[in-house]
Design a protein around this ligand. Structure first.
Ligand code: F6P
Length: 538
């Protein structure tokens, strides 16, 4: 059966509506409805969501909600929450929401209440985290652990790094946290720079425990540890594993009592609340970690229960579809006005682009419409002095997400007011711009007027929260997770597999053997052959 998205009534109506309204500016929309800045907002779970500065009317929203219903969003959402195997290409349930479900909840997959399993692992993580934090967990020589190095890549790295950076202010400052992901030896070399192996714990984070980058880094870490500590038994004290693959963990030499498990229904990029969060828990402590889970859960519940019209992730996703498919916007900027969220855009890149960067639909057809946009961003105000020029006066339409907090984590006036004034001003400038008349009225030289005009009409959403806390971080991450899910439902792609990363991995394995002289260079194309030859002429 063909996907049929573009032949839906609502899609056709949206197309027509786009043709009719595409020339209406945000300025004009505010002139027609001066109070839309109040009405096109939501206040849910402590998040004030302003979506009034978008090129939408009530009719646009009505049609987008109709589209969501025609794509059976509510039923798809219920299917995910109930543990149905909605990741059909991998025949798996998708239950990151179970990772933050309260202990009394029950979600049954293949006859097992997975919430019970989740809390068992959480308890084990807590016991371990407390031992490390209190200095009770000692290394091979009896010294307490002071350095934690997380080795992982993709979802086994980006979540832990992002969460550590985001919650650094809540972290135990006596401990040092480093993260190694890249197969480039420089990453490992720098991560262990200055660390004493006797005080260093490696967390090997890998769902599959077969990923080339992670296994190579883990073996290097093993050698680094053994070189200093001499004895194989040191591994038990200096390595723990986060994985679903007990067999490979044991093969590596890690005591499986020091393995923290998770399950195939946790996707890598949705895994930061699984055992993959161990480094986060050690950093911020079990209590803060539980607050973070609570934040996730609150947003899960909001997404699960709020009607589409009052549902933050649903509205976010539908706006993305509106720009991506009707305005042909190619990208989505995420601009946190909170320096601790500096890795948030990078984290979102995997979550969004590995999820919806697909041209094949769930039923195996090639799409005849655009799917996943490119997510990118940097914290404000740094971005303002870098790429905002293009957002304001460039030729591309870039919808922006501004994320800000009312309170800073530091009592350093006037920083916070300056920061937030900038965020609010950017949304205003992007939406309303500055006309030629307004520029001329300032006495600007006639020739310069066109250069100083801001067309405006650049859409943005603003998310305003109280303060960056573990709970609020949880809400923000879950908000994007569910938005991606909704996007997947609309586009009819599977946001939970990632087959597009496989080919490169396989080809790299062939080339590794060639570079190391194990196999004769096989016949590649002339470009690839020449590159291999050039590399080998060292
Ligand atoms: O890049 C592909 C991928 O499978 C990601 O989805 C995943 O997060 C990452 O590799 C790491 O995988 P693992 O946790 O199994 O090492």
């Amino acid at each position: 059966m063909k996907n049929g998205l573009t032949s839906l009534e609502s899609w056709k109506a949206l197309d027509k509506h786009y043709q009719e309204t595409r020339k209406t500016s945000i300025r004009e929309l505010f002139r027609q409805d001066p109070l839309r800045g109040n009405s096109l907002t939501l206040n849910a779970e402590g998040i004030y969501f302003d979506y009034s500065k978008h090129r939408i009317t009530g009719k646009t929203l009505g049609l987008l909600f109709k589209l969501a219903r025609e794509r059976n969003l509510e039923a798809r959402r219920a299917a995910m929450f109930s543990g149905e195997k909605i990741n059909t290409t991998e025949k798996r349930a998708v239950l990151h929401i179970a990772l933050r479900a309260p202990v009394e909840a029950s979600i049954v997959v293949d006859g097992v209440n997975v919430v019970e399993q989740v809390h068992e692992v959480l308890g084990k993580m807590q016991a371990f985290a407390e031992k490390v934090r209190s200095g009770q967990w000692t290394g091979h020589t009896g010294k307490p652990i002071r350095n934690i190095v997380n080795i992982g890549i993709g979802g086994s790295d980006l979540g832990p790094v992002m969460a550590f950076e985001a919650l650094r202010n809540y972290s135990m400052r006596e401990l040092t946290f480093r993260f190694v992901s890249n197969i480039d030896g420089s990453d490992f070399a720098e991560a262990v720079q200055g660390l004493d192996p006797a005080e260093t714990l490696f967390i090997v984070a890998s769902k599959t425990f077969t990923t080339l980058e992670t296994m190579t880094n883990a073996l290097t870490a093993r050698a680094w540890t053994l070189k200093a500590l001499g004895d194989e038994t040191a591994i038990q004290k200096h390595f723990v594993a986060l994985s679903t693959n007990e067999k490979e963990v044991a093969k590596f030499g890690i005591d499986t009592r020091n393995m923290f498990g998770f399950w195939d229904w946790v996707g890598g990029r949705y895994s930061m609340t699984s055992a993959i969060g161990l480094s986060t828990m050690i950093a911020i402590g079990p209590e803060h970690y539980r607050q973070m889970l609570h934040g996730f859960h609150k947003m899960d519940e909001h997404f699960r229960t709020a009607p589409l019209e009052k549902n933050i992730p649903v509205i976010m996703a539908l706006l993305t579809v509106w720009y991506n498919n009707f305005f042909n916007a190619q990208t989505q900027a995420v601009l946190p006005y909170e320096n601790y969220l500096k890795r948030f855009p990078a984290y979102l890149q995997q979550m969004t682009m590995e999820s919806t960067g697909k041209y094949i639909t769930l039923d195996g057809h090639k799409v005849d419409y655009q799917t996943g946009p490119i997510y990118w961003g940097e914290p404000g105000t740094n971005g303002q002095h870098s790429f905002y020029q293009l957002i304001h006066q460039g030729t591309k339409l870039i919808p922006c997400d501004f994320i800000g907090f009312k309170k800073s984590l530091h009592d350093l006036p006037p920083h916070q007011d300056y920061l937030m004034a900038n965020m609010i001003a950017q949304g205003e400038a992007l939406a309303f711009g500055k006309t030629a008349d307004e520029v001329a009225a300032e006495g600007v030289d006639e020739k310069l007027v066109p250069h100083k005009v801001f067309e405006g009409n650049r859409p943005s959403s603003t998310f305003l929260l109280d303060q960056l806390s573990p709970e609020n971080l949880g809400k923000l991450v879950a908000m994007y997770e569910h938005s991606v899910f909704v996007q997947g439902v609309i586009w009819g792609v599977n946001p939970f597999d990632q087959m597009g990363v496989e080919l490169g991995k396989v080809l790299a394995q062939n080339i590794i053997a060639e570079l190391q002289g194990e196999t004769k260079p096989s016949k590649h194309d002339s470009s690839t052959n020449a590159l291999i030859q050039a590399y080998l002429r060292k």
